[in-house]
Design a binder for this molecule. Structure first.
Ligand code: HEC
Length: 306
């Protein structure tokens, strides 16, 4: 009798263990494994964006905010985008985060200043933006309070709303990003790495002057001289070899072996978790091919490298 009960108990235990094993196997295949693929992909999108560098104070914790950015409209401080529930994005849903990235609308419905390059990210593919959001949630939460911007214009919230209404039309983002070639280069430059946000001159309204796309800005963000990167041989980068451009993007070395400085160094170096320097050779080549094929624009920008 005792033996019989023991045998049933033993059998039950074995079935139970098998079931747990099966559940673990299924979840690791369809759940956990997929989730970590998504986060790995998100980490790469984060690197391609320059490590969201404006959101990390010099030497400070990643994404905890506080980096000043000087513009003609005042000084903006990068905000805390760590998963902290009070000061960061911990309470934001995925949809709220995606809307903030692609539409410039905060969780409370207020509108961001275009210093946050949401017009560029508005064309980021569904797949990339979902992965980026998943990755942002894996970084350590830092309880750092946001620093108020010091603006030279009053009523900035109304101003931001008006700016957005006048100048912003959300793009129809693709489900997936182009995977290779010039189209991939254009996609990364425009919608992830946002090169135009610094390299395209701006109008008085703070909008990009697309008639001189990527032709440089003598007084860009932080007052930095931002070079002409169109293929014009004299005033742009038309004389650079393919390898020189790829090497700049991945290392920060200019053809004359100087290092780029300031904001370009910031996006290449990024943060410890990633920056342009971590892009694949294929992606650096795609950007280089794209830049070679945009219209050359003659615009002399005095830089120390020219
Ligand atoms: C956050 C602002 C910012 C972003 C984003 C940015 N750049 Fe730059 N870039 C700069 C600044 C500022 C310099 C000048 C650095 C210096 O003087 O050392 C520069 C320099 C360069 C140079 C060197 C040109 C020369 O003639 O010396 C190239 C090439 C370049 N950037 C390409 C790119 C590409 C391609 C992207 C996007 C993938 C990009 N940049 C994104 C700000 C930026």
């Amino acid at each position: 009798m005792r033996n019989w009960r023991l045998r049933i108990a033993g059998c039950g235990l074995r079935i139970g263990l098998c079931l747990i094993g099966a559940i673990l196997l299924v979840s690791s295949r369809d759940g956990w494994a997929l989730e970590s693929d998504l986060v790995t992909k998100g980490r790469y999108v984060f690197a391609l964006s320059g490590g969201c560098g404006c959101h990390t104070a010099e030497g400070g914790p990643t994404n905890a905010g506080g980096r000043p950015l000087q513009t003609p409209f005042g000084t903006f401080y990068g905000t805390n985008i760590t998963p902290d529930p009070n000061h960061g994005i911990g309470k934001w849903t995925d949809k709220e985060l995606i809307d903030s990235l692609r539409l410039g609308i905060r969780r409370d419905g207020s509108v961001m200043s275009p210093v946050m390059p949401y017009p560029a990210f508005s064309g980021m593919s569904d797949e990339d933006v979902v992965a980026l959001v998943a990755y942002l949630r894996t970084l350590p939460a830092i309880a750092r309070e946001n620093q108020p911007h010091k603006l030279s214009i009053p009523f900035s919230n109304i101003g931001n709303r008006l700016w957005r209404w006048l100048f912003f039309t959300p793009m129809t983002a693709p489900a997936q990003a182009p995977t290779a070639g010039i189209e991939r280069g254009r996609y990364i430059s425009e919608h992830v790495a946002h090169c135009q946000e610094c390299h395209t001159p701006r109008t008085l309204w703070g909008t990009l002057d697309r008639s001189r796309d990527l032709a440089g800005n003598p007084s860009g963000i932080d007052g930095e001289v931002t070079p002409n990167i169109t293929p014009d041989p004299e005033t742009g980068v038309g004389k650079w070899s393919d390898d020189e451009m790829v090497s700049l993007l991945k290392s920060g070395f200019l053809p004359n072996m100087d290092n780029v400085q300031g904001l370009m160094a910031l996006v290449i170096e990024g943060v410890p978790e990633g920056g342009y320097k971590d892009m694949t050779d294929a992606d650096a080549q795609a950007i280089e091919q794209y830049l070679k094929n945009i219209p050359p624009i003659v615009q002399k920008i005095e830089t120390k490298n020219k």
